[in-house]
Design a protein around this ligand. Structure first.
Ligand SMILES: C[S@@+](CC[C@H](N)C(=O)[O-])C[C@H]1O[C@@H](n2cnc3c(N)ncnc32)[C@H](O)[C@@H]1O
Ligand SMILES: [Zn+2]
Length: 274
């Protein structure tokens, strides 16, 4: 998949330790090989998930708690992909599902080129630690640096849904795979922290410009028997930063918690234009 310059739209080529277009716009490649396409005015600021969230997510996901979800994602998508595909994981985070998908594609005798895009530098750095085979780009999913209709699939897993941009980068035959938390997701964790926890809103899955091809609900409960894992689970969610220190500390004393995980996995095709 060609990567394009976000300043002028020309193709970016690897030139030693950076990527450069013919108009000499140059973008750094980090030591880990993460390509940073954020404009210089945005570079100094912090964007997206920070180091603590990214590290907590890696710690938690590496224990296998979400493997059933990852398997469901691969089951829905891999058989639908062509033998060689171009895939964009938009808001890929630290890359657990990105890497699992590449492995599953290969187990099925297929091949894929996968771009992981995230606005957080820490997330892309963690993705590159997981795998050097996936290109990691620090950039917003609202302006994906590829040409129109170049991807066979876009992944949108617990990350912002930017449907117009996803539609732009997908081929006519392209697929969108989206995961959203359902009503009961993490309810016991919220009950442990908040006096009046809210359920997540119901999600119909409807997206303008896309048609639901398949939907799979994944729900299970796990007894988490480790304080470290309970705290990591909380720290990888946006709730952590919206919660007072006093409420955060309620989790320091909990060594066992049964938690419900509840996700909806949607596979969409593009609604044909015209
Ligand atoms: C809840 S995390 C999910 C990460 C990964 N998909 C997963 O499920 O493990 C949401 C991710 O979206 C990223 N993000 C937020 N806004 C974004 C944007 N506008 N463009 C790209 N990534 C974004 C965050 O930095 C974070 O890594
Ligand atoms: Zn350029």
């Amino acid at each position: 998949m060609e990567i394009v310059c976000l300043v002028c739209g020309e193709t970016l080529f690897l030139d030693e330790k950076s990527y450069c277009c013919k108009n000499n716009h140059r973008f750094d490649l980090s030591r880990k090989g993460a390509l940073n396409l954020l404009q210089s005015s945005a570079k100094g600021k912090h964007h997206g998930d920070d180091k603590l969230m990214v590290r907590s997510r890696s710690l938690f996901l590496n224990k296998g708690y979400y493997d059933s979800l990852s398997n469901a994602i691969c089951d829905l998508l891999v058989n639908e992909l062509p033998d060689e595909s171009c895939i964009i994981d938009a808001g890929c985070g630290e890359g657990k599902y990105t890497v699992d998908l590449l492995n599953s594609i290969r187990e099925h005798g297929k091949e894929a080129e996968i771009l992981g895009i995230d606005i957080s530098k820490d997330a892309i750095s963690a993705l590159r630690s997981r795998s050097k085979e996936i290109m990691g780009i620090v950039s917003s999913a609202s302006r994906i640096p590829v040409r129109d209709r170049s991807a066979d699939a876009v992944l949108n897993i617990f990350s912002p849904l930017i449907s117009i941009e996803f539609s732009r980068v997908l081929k006519e035959s392209g697929l969108l795979l989206r995961v959203v938390p359902q009503e009961k997701h993490l309810m016991e964790l919220k009950q442990a922290v908040y006096d009046n926890p809210y359920a997540n809103p119901h999600e119909s899955g409807h997206i303008p410009g896309f048609r639901i091809k398949e939907r799979k609900d994944v729900e299970y409960s796990v007894l988490i028997k480790s304080n470290e894992d309970i705290v990591s689970l909380f720290q990888m969610t946006p709730y952590y930063y919206k919660t007072s220190r006093k409420d955060q500390e309620k989790l320091s004393y909990i060594t066992e918690l049964s938690v419900t995980f509840s996700f909806a996995v949607f596979l969409y095709s593009k609604e044909q234009e015209g």
